[in-house]
Design a protein around this ligand. Structure first.
Ligand code: C5P
Length: 220
């Protein structure tokens, strides 16, 4: 039995990688599988929420009862989030958004015969989570951090930089593509490690923690 801790709440989630074109056949992306974000979408739905899942390209099926909006690039993801955020009470940014995109994409395939490209110029993508967190009347914002080392230091700094009440950290080399993970929650009260378990079990625990914080605004 799962208590319906998010009954009637509207939850918006981003998940998966983004994919940034270089030319019509090549992209810049990352190793995110989408499993964590999809597990959170499922757990939030089970907890009684109305869930919209803005997803980059993944091989996963949308959890039952979850509305999925498919996107490709970071800019698409931001546009979809902007279109969905009004009325959302909780925003969970799990997507591994590409930090950079190629400044000028080629409309035709770069040919090998032309030799290696002299250099690609990059521009920074918008920060979707920071954008939402800065909105007037922003939803309760939860961020994710996958780090390869110094998790506590990076995660605490990231929470402050993004201006969000709750940040969830895990180790990239353990979590990427895996079926299980060990999450650590960072909030105003400090650091709360969760056990290593399946991503679905971890997602249910995270949803319960979010529900608790929503129920007692002082804890936000
Ligand atoms: O500092 P970093 O960008 O790695 O922070 C990761 C968190 O920010 C994740 O919650 C991720 O979904 C979110 N993010 C975002 N838009 C970006 C980059 C990260 O929403 N362009």
């Amino acid at each position: 039995f799962q208590p319906k801790v998010l009954a009637g709440k509207r939850v918006l989630i981003t998940a998966g990688p983004t994919s940034e074109p270089i030319d019509p056949v090549r992209v810049l992306t990352n190793l995110s599988s989408g499993k964590m974000g999809y597990a959170i979408a499922r757990a939030a739905r089970e907890a009684g929420a109305q869930v919209a899942l803005v997803s980059g390209p993944t091989a996963l099926a949308a959890p039952r009862g979850v509305r999925r909006i498919d996107v490709t690039t970071a800019r698409d993801m931001l546009a979809a989030v902007n279109a969905e955020v009004a009325g959302a009470e909780i925003f969970v940014a799990v997507a591994a958004v590409a930090d950079w995109r190629v400044k000028e994409t080629s409309s035709s395939k770069l040919k090998k015969s032309a030799g290696a490209p002299a250099g690609l110029e990059f521009v920074q993508n918008p920060d979707i989570l920071a954008t939402v967190a800065a909105l007037p009347g922003a939803p309760y914002c939860v961020g994710f951090a996958a780090e390869t080392e110094d998790l506590s230091r990076h995660a605490a700094a990231k929470r402050a930089r993004k201006g969000i009440p709750l940040l969830v950290g895990n180790l990239a080399q353990e979590a990427l593509g895996a079926d299980d993970t060990a999450l650590v929650l960072y909030d105003d009260a400090g650091e709360h490690p969760l056990p290593r378990e399946s991503k679905l079990a971890a997602a249910r625990r995270l949803v319960a923690a979010i529900g608790q914080r929503m129920a007692s605004p002082a804890a936000k």
